[in-house]
Each structure stands twice: as structure tokens, then as C-alpha cells.
Design a protein around this ligand. Sequence first.
Ligand code: ZN
Length: 444
Amino acid sequence: MADLLIRGARVLQLRDEKASVLPDHDIVIRGNRIDRIAPTGAIDASHARQVVAAAGQLAMPGFINCHAHAPMALWRGLGEDVNLESWFNDYIWQFEANLEPEDVFWGMQIGLLEMIEAGITAVSDHYWHMDYAARAVEKAGTRALLGQAMFSGGGSAQIDETAAFAKRWDGQANGRIRTILAPHAPYTCDDEFLRASARKAEAIGAGIHIHVAETLEQTQASLQRRGQTPIAVLEACGIFDVPTILAHAVGATPGDLETLADLRQPTGIAHCPKTYAKLAMGYSNVVECRALGIAVGLGTDGAVSNNTLDLWEAMRLTALGQKQLTGDAENLTIAQALTIAGADSARVYGQGAELGDLSPGKLADIILVDLSGAHHLPLNSVSASLVYNVRAGDVQTVICDGQIIMQNREHRRLDKDEIMENIRPRMERLRRRDRVPKIQTYNP
Ligand SMILES: [Zn+2]
């Protein structure tokens, strides 16, 4: 018997970087996995415990956000039109000096609320007080890969503390929550701290999620100070002995890309193009990375640099940005953009075998998208519409781990009013930038 049956949907299929759409198909879900996909009528729906009518809607895998700091949504709109150095020193690391653990519980929920509404079912999140973030994920019903951030200035005891967090939460919430270690970046963590983080990750069987080479300026500063690029620093410190998510790598040199292409452990880049554009961080050559076999997935980063947690935007900016960067409109095709959002993001997230594609045996993380809005009409190409036309508000229904968490845009698990009632009284404190010292100083 089916636990959930999605009836009469168009089903997006991506095979070998070719996109196709199956018309009028049913998707059978048993437990938390996809059991069968078949033409409507071939499956007897009368035995299904729950049926979701999806005629005319498009079923596709839930988006996977490979790099975010979702609780930073608390400061959305408060660090505008500034360069990266000012963004860190005058805003973020001053705001975060006033952050309290419970803020993360509510901040994470506002981020999750927005991500669910945009069809994001999994997030790799790197932030502070992560027990509170984990509780929010448990409540929201989504999937997350959580890492507690660390700077080496905070002392080496943090490595054991964050490893304890990782052990506490890994596999919780029916396996929806996984954990990772999260040293912040090579410019905030010294070599000894990075080495100790890598050894600890290996010892507990975890991966590492780290910011690296966010700009070319950081690469140049690292060459001057350490005689190595930031990516070479990570390699020398043993970070690549475990599966690694590299946030950004915008300042990667050709030699760095060769290093990444040759690694034995799975390593992927989280590409966050809206943040790069907004903070003038430079351009990342995704076309070249992919040609070298380096996995590139999509990320939003936090909402103070991106303003939205919306991977439709990230997918669109990736396609547009790569055409513009390479001067070749045949680069980064629609099917490639959808593959980056699906299977490639799943690979970077570390669950390439289970997520990022709708086929029997995969985990049932599925979104239903309405394509009847005027901005899609006449609907001549579903796949073109997905990359270039969809708005987050077109996402109607979100299923994660076989459970409906939003249906017809009504949340089943999170309560926006409750979240905002709890966030409002915190905002006066959180908006203050008067604390000395700030938590860290940006100096690439
Ligand atoms: Zn980040």
C-alpha cells in the first residue's frame, strides 16, 4: 500500500544532462522513499493512505541548499551597499556579538519557513549555537547537514565541543539531520587549528564545511602571508582527507582547480552567485569546474548577503552568469542548470545516491510547482520555464522524507505568526552594533 500518492503530475527527469518531462504520471511513496513512477491510471489509487492531486503541476526534486547560515535571516536588509570588509567588520561580526542561543532557534525557523516556501528541502548550514538550529530543523520536517562554526581564536576546546554536537545530532529526526565540522575559513583559523579539525573529523567519521578563497584578494593575501593559496593551505592541513564542502572558491587558481579535480575524497563547491554579485566578490568559473569533474552545487549563503534564501534565483544567476562570464551563450544549458540544482547539489551535500533525482529508491523529497501563471504562458518549454521563469511563490506543495510539510502553500509544521511573535522582541538587541569587541575582525 502507498503511504502517499501524487496523482497526475508532470514529472521532471534528468538523465545524462538531458531534461525531459513525463506528462500525467503518478508517484507512489512508501515510507520515506519513492516506490514507483507510472502513467496515471496504471496504479490503483484507492489503496493509498493519502492522495495529492497534482494535475498540471510539475513534480521535481526538492532543492538542496549547499551553503547557508539560515539564522542570519534575522538581520535581513541590515548590511546593504557595503564592501566585504565593511560587511564583516561594521555589520555581521558586531551583530553576532549580541546573538543569544535562543535567537538561533527562531532565526533558523524564519529561514526554514522561507526555504520551504521556495521548495528547498535540505540545507547545509554553518552557524553558531547549532543545537538550537537542529531543534528548529526537527520541528520543520526538512533535511539538514549542520555544522557548528569555529574560529581558532576561540580556542582548541571548540573542536571537541563541535564534535560532541556532531555526535549528538547525526542521524536524528529519522536521519533527516546529519552533521559536519565547520571551521570558519583559512583566514580565521590557523594551520594548527585546521589540522586538528581535520584529524577530529576523520576520527568521528564526519566531513568538513568551510569557506575558502572567497575572493581573489584572499588568495593573494594568503600567498603573501603563508606562501600558499587558501586551497593549498587546506590540502596541506589534511582537510581534504575527509569529504569537504567548499563554500565559494571564487578566488581559486587554475592550480587549485587541478588539486580539487584530483582529490580522492568527495569534495564539492557551493556556488552562491547572488552573494558574489552583491558583495562584488568576483566570478567563479562553473563551466571550467564542471569540465574538470569538480562537483558544483547551489547555495544561497546567508540572507544578509543574499537577501533571499531562494535557489531558483541561484540557478538562474548561475546560468546567466556563466553565459556572461564565458562570452558564450551555449554554455550552461537549461539541462545543466537543472542538473547542478539536482544531482550535483546532492553530491556536494553528500547524499548523491539518495537525493537530487526523482526515481524509485530515492528519498521522497519532492516539490510540486504550479506553471499556470502568466509568466509561464504559453508554456512552450517546461524546462526553460523552470530555469528562467519560476518564482518561489509558484511552489505549491513540499514533501520531505515522505511527509507533506507544505500543501497548497499552507505550512503543516511551522507557524509564521508564532515565529514572528518570538522574533519581534529580540530585534532591538539584535540590531545593535555597539558591542566591543566584535566577535572577529576581517583581515584576509
Ligand atoms: Zn557563508
